[in-house]
Design a binder for this molecule. Structure first.
Ligand code: SF4
Length: 220
């Protein structure tokens, strides 16, 4: 039935499904019911977050990938494993980290038996943003690491360019008070780098994460 017939917007956004005042567990429990945009339908399941709900660092990625969609856990695929290695190498304690995505359902294009990753549009990012805002409000991390362009659109605005500002500490006023953001690339871009540039791309990601480690160390 079309939205014209039902009178309901095609992408109402997630707000009406986000429980007010809920902790991370309550948010996670409510997310499977979300119909804030059309991405829920072809996906296997919602993929919410993982890690310490009282973490000092939140890592925000793009959307779940194929492996994450099947397992229901974020950052367990190849890019997630690379990110974990980079976090360890930067000296950030895994117990200090909360991981989530700007968009909670896998967007893909079917091709034969395969499902090809498809970048979320601004409308999907906007629709899903209430979940991210609610998570960051309850986790209240000291630093938010912005992994790639989709997370940057959600958290720092549509015009923000990660490549221009990676590794910088960006101070912004948010609805929960002042917050520090450190933008960097998404770990999948390291995996996609040509063979002869991959080590360099990985080292640059670790260097950006060391900026985060420095902020944590300075805060004590
Ligand atoms: S992508 Fe986000 S807004 Fe869209 S249905 Fe999934 S949880 Fe809801």
């Amino acid at each position: 039935m079309s939205s014209e017939t039902t009178g309901r917007p095609e992408r109402p956004g997630a707000q009406e499904w986000v429980p007010e005042g809920g902790d991370v567990q309550a948010l996670r429990a409510a997310a499977p019911a979300c119909r804030g945009c059309e991405l829920w339908e072809p996906a296997t399941q919602v993929v919410f977050s993982a890690g310490n709900p009282a973490a000092r660092v939140a890592l925000v990625g793009e959307q779940p990938g194929d492996v994450e969609d099947r397992e229901g856990i974020p950052f367990v695929g190849p890019a997630g494993r690379l990110l974990q290695r980079a976090v360890d190498e930067a000296g950030i304690d895994r117990g200090e980290v909360y991981v989530t995505n700007a968009v909670k359902h896998f967007r893909f294009t079917p091709r034969g038996n395969r499902r090809i990753h498809s970048t979320p549009e601004l409308a999907h990012i906007t629709a899903c943003r209430p979940w991210l805002v609610a998570e960051l409000r309850v986790v209240d991390p000291a630093v938010v690491v912005v992994l790639g362009a989709t997370a940057a659109k959600s958290l720092l605005g549509n015009d923000f360019r990660v490549t221009r500002h990676r590794g910088e500490v960006i101070e912004r006023e948010t609805s929960r008070g002042p917050c520090r953001f450190v933008p960097t690339v998404h770990p999948s871009s390291v995996l996609r780098a040509p063979d002869d540039q991959r080590d360099e791309a990985y080292a640059a990601l670790v260097a950006d994460l060391r900026v985060v480690q420095g902020l944590l160390a300075a805060a004590g």
